[in-house]
Design a binder for this molecule. Sequence first.
Ligand SMILES: [Zn+2]
Length: 178
Amino acid sequence: MSGPDAAGSAAGGAQAPRTPTPAEDDAFLAEAISLAREHMLAGDGGPFGALVVRDGQVIARGWNRVTSTNDPTAHAEVVAIRAACATLDSFELHGCTVYTSCEPCPMCLATCYWARVARIVYAATRDQAAAAGFSDALIYDEIPKAPDARQLPMDRRLADASSGPFDAWAQKADRVTY
Ligand SMILES: [Zn+2]
């Protein structure tokens, strides 16, 4: 079974990352907050910014680009993580810290787990975001529910055929696990 098992996968990392100092945390987070403001004012999207940092080096920067790119997944953290992965030519970000101007939404939090980042540092809370019109409470509430109990209808069908891709994956000799 594959999944975002950060603890197990992190053991494969080559070197232990240097832990940022509180002053470094504040400086990187302040830049994320600046990105949020600047790019919102420029018309890129909502007021959210993020950085991916490893060993004191900024690997990538991101800011919300939902409305300017018609991409509902273009949240600051996702944008930054995609850019960081491209820069490092890797689908994992071991040892990286994500600095984000606001507590991650469920999508961005999940993305951080999938990317195996080491740590998240944030400024505004989800309650502050909700007060500004960016509530993700519904999604957080929906996730723990059974599929058939969610507001978004989910209908399971073709159960007999559903394991086909997994069977083919298991047989694929050159599969790249993650
Ligand atoms: Zn998000």
